[in-house]
Design a protein around this ligand. Sequence first.
Ligand code: IPM
Ligand code: MG
Length: 343
Amino acid sequence: MTKIVILPGDGIGPEIAAAAARLLAAVGEFELEEHPIGGASIDAHGTALTEETLAACRAADAVLLAAVGGPRWDAAVAADPSAPRPEQGLLGLRKGLGLFANLRPVRPSPALLDASPLKRDRIEGTDLLVVRELTGGIYFGESGRSGDSAHDDCLYTVGEIERIARVGFKSARRKLTSVDKANVLETSRLWRETVNRVHREEFPDVELEHLLVDNAAMQLVSRPADFDTIVTENLFGDILSDEAAMLTGSLGMLPSASIGGDGPGLFEPVHGSAPDIAGTGKANPLAMFGSVALMLRHGLGLEDSAAGVESAIDRALEGGLRTADLGGEAGTAAATDAVLANI
Ligand code: IPM
Ligand code: MG
């Protein structure tokens, strides 16, 4: 049987992971295996990612992660900089599974066009994909402190840029927008050169444009519907994808897929652990459900089931489902019921 490892993690993580398990039970037969990660793993084992969790993920067909992090562990690090951080679990998992490509599709549900802080006429027609490099750059460079200074190095190799550029070109339907900061950063100049060469040599038929990241941040909210696929490095992708999430009405709507390794993919909502509402039953499970859909599609090759989940989400929203982040009253359980009713 298809084996899925579920990593509930912290904050609202366990609540939306339970909702995802309900959804999966309605969609098909899967063997689900739960393991700790992040703060939950620190509490139980003293480290954010144990060998056991990593090995279980490697042995699975796909990995579904809810969220990691929270103020309690931040405070522990503030008191003792050598204390483990929940986020190390997620970064270790991405690196450990070789997941260098993170896909973040942004497709506002028609029923939510008025839920975004942006005007309807700006976001109508938006259907874009952020392809974020996930295992390189400043996230994984050398870092440290000495005296009253600190540093985080940003390093990219040609090979790392080539492989993520290929994912970008293959994902693009009409145009690829490569985002960098080539007017300032050397890594960005290497990025641009390499993307241009991969374009010339392998994908001359795909239209390619380059945008500087500050300009891209502005264009994303002023003309989002003009974007097709955006490819960018790790840190810029982190920032731009949170910004793009607001096109869908809420950060609680955006799913993601991390792929590229020779083992299973990792599927997770873009939002964090929302410690302020953890345990209240109010968390929006829809980004998690969207991540389940991406897992069915990209991780398990079950396109029909994936499309079924996505249209059930859209129909539930058309039927009036609104969680608190979208200005409504529905809690996690009611939102799950509403989606299940449309499967
Ligand atoms: C994300 C998150 C993570 C990241 C954090 C939790 C480490 O913000 O997936 O976007 O920065 O990659
Ligand atoms: Mg982020």
